[in-house]
Design a protein around this ligand. Structure first.
Ligand code: SF4
Length: 219
């Protein structure tokens, strides 16, 4: 671990919110607003099923490990991965309690049809970067697992993806430290957003902070 204080790092899962909508990320991670909707509830149920710490399953020359904690000093993120599949591979890494070397493959669980949105993809890329740093190994791909149809979709992680995530992480940290929320502007993801009632994107456009906005009109 580096000399920086990991207690000050941001949640890795925030990268998905950030690529979904920068304002949504800021409302959740800076202003601490959160509200469930149908999409987030079904996602949480699925993740709860997957999220059973320390559980390992073994099948032949591979084993699966759930809820693995990861840290990236490069991104200044901490988080937990749904599931990592380890394949016996002489080019892999040593894992505590296991004989030989192992290559990790991240599996991210999703509900619904196999449609890869950019915000899901960027979360997977951030997970890859964090797992690489945590285990000191190179990873070039990861998978989404679509629970409804029990199918995997491969995602190749490019340098361009890595740069996008790195740049986003720097911007997130900058805004987090300033405590500044992004402006609310109606866009295509608003209809899927659980925070739409709080955000009021059309009304609050050009008004950065909800509390300031409410203060002006209600107090
Ligand atoms: S309602 Fe729209 S602008 Fe507001 S946080 Fe959600 S996605 Fe972002």
């Amino acid at each position: 671990m580096g000399t920086e204080n990991a207690d000050d790092y941001l949640m890795l899962s925030g990268i998905q919110h950030d690529f979904f909508c920068k304002r949504q990320w800021a409302l959740i991670h800076i202003e601490q607003y959160w509200k469930e909707n149908e999409l987030t509830v079904s996602g949480n149920i699925l993740h709860k099923k997957v999220d059973q710490p320390f559980l390992k399953e073994r099948r032949g020359n591979k084993f699966f490990s759930r809820a693995i904690p990861v840290i990236s000093h490069k991104l200044k993120f901490v988080g937990k991965l749904d599931m990592v599949e380890f394949h016996k591979d002489k080019n892999g890494v040593e894992i505590n309690g296991e004989k030989g070397c192992w290559k990790p493959i991240i599996i991210e669980y999703k509900n619904g049809k196999p449609k890869i949105y950019d915000y899901d993809r960027m979360q997977l890329v951030a997970e890859v970067i964090a797992l690489e740093e945590t285990l000191k190994v190179d990873i070039d791909k990861a998978y989404f697992f679509y629970n409804d149809i029990k199918r995997r979709e491969e995602v190749i992680v490019t340098d361009d993806d890595r740069n996008k995530v790195l740049e986003a992480s720097k911007e997130m940290m900058k805004h987090f430290n300033l405590g500044s929320t992004f402006e609310g502007e109606s866009h295509k993801n608003c209809s899927k957003c659980s925070l739409i009632e709080y955000c009021m994107p059309r009304v609050t456009k050009k008004k950065k902070n909800i509390d300031n906005y409410l203060e002006r009109f209600l107090l």
